[in-house]
Design a protein around this ligand. Structure first.
Ligand code: NDP
Length: 289
């Protein structure tokens, strides 16, 4: 039985963080200031608090200024929009990230749309989504950006490959499909209304799973030798598992990301990269590669 190459997301992320830290040092020497990332957390959701803490640590470790704003869960939309406006106007803030999900009394779309697109390091603002779709320089959502970087590391060029993205959310599936299209893949976007998901996965050279259902995609669906990127993070009784049934898929795939240790670490490294990119564009200095 053959076994796939395991794509080491931690190692890819460590290398990217190192490149970002070097870029930050160059930026700081050229401009006399550190890039700044402001993270806004509303309420006390424990998972969100963990993400925000690890983002803050990684930001500081890369030599950037980490600014954290914690707001009470009952803050109204006006109060949150006022903070976003202050951060937009603050010259020391290069990146603004409002941790999702927001409490249900707040309209997330309105909050995202209020962020200055030049500081939108999550890449969720409609201007950045539109720029990505039309091939203009954009801030690209961190999770799909990390996925495309790992795919390029595995394949070199992606042109002509058949790719399926399972999931069509604004934060993962749609921008992932745009990035694959920009690399000249033939892209299928599957979702909950797709009629024959098995057939769509079966013909793909690249499978990106971003569904949120534990181990939904089985090894028997995968085309032998295909590259499988598992975005899913599902908490189960046996711990964290992906959207792909790793044990069966690893027997068939050519390369596969594990969960944990695959896409997750790259997401935070890409956030640091986006902050440096935003800072460089705002300051008019050379962007990192
Ligand atoms: P969403 O819930 O926003 O989207 C899930 C998508 O999966 C939807 O498009 C939905 O289709 C589709 N879907 C649901 N059921 C099926 C099915 N039976 N067959 C085919 N498609 C289906 O999730 P996200 O995109 O935000 O996240 C997806 C996963 O990735 C989650 O596990 C999340 O935890 C993880 N994640 C991981 C990150 C990381 O850093 N590694 C970052 C972000 C997310 P429809 O649109 O029709 O409802």
């Amino acid at each position: 039985i053959s076994s796939a190459t395991i794509i080491d997301g931690k190692a890819h992320a460590a290398a990217l963080r190192q490149r970002v830290a070097e870029g930050v040092a160059t930026f700081t020497a050229a401009t006399g200031r550190q890039p700044g990332l402001a993270v806004v957390l509303v309420g006390e959701d424990p998972a969100s608090a963990v993400y925000v803490r690890s983002k803050g640590k990684a930001t500081a470790a890369a030599g950037m200024n980490s600014i954290e704003h914690r707001l009470p869960v009952d803050i109204d939309q006006t109060g949150l929009l006022e903070l976003v406006a202050e951060l937009n106007a603050d010259d020391g803030v290069d990146g603004i990230l409002v941790q999702l999900p927001l409490p249900s009394h707040i309209d997330s779309h309105a909050v995202i749309a209020a962020i200055d697109p030049a500081k939108d390091v999550d890449g969720f603002h409609p201007v950045n989504a539109g720029r990505l779709a039309t091939g203009l320089p954009a801030l690209v959502p961190c999770t799909p950006l990390g996925c495309i970087m790992m795919l390029k590391a595995v394949h070199g060029h992606l042109a002509g490959l058949d790719a399926v993205v399972v999931g069509r959310s604004n934060i993962v599936g749609k921008p992932m499909a745009q990035l694959l299209l920009a690399e000249s893949c033939t892209v299928t976007i599957a979702h909950s209304r797709t009629r024959d998901l098995f057939a769509a996965v079966r013909r793909a050279d690249i499978v990106v799973a971003a569904v949120g259902i534990p181990r939904m995609i089985e090894g028997g669906w995968i085309k032998p030798g295909a590259t499988v990127i598992d975005v899913g993070i599902n908490r189960t009784d046996d711990g964290l598992v992906g959207d792909v049934d790793f044990d069966s898929a690893v027997q068939v795939a050519g390369a596969i990301t594990p969960v944990p240790g695959g896409v997750g670490p790259m997401t935070i490294a890409c956030l640091l990269r986006n902050t440096l990119v935003a800072a460089s564009r705002r300051a008019g200095v050379a962007e990192p590669e």
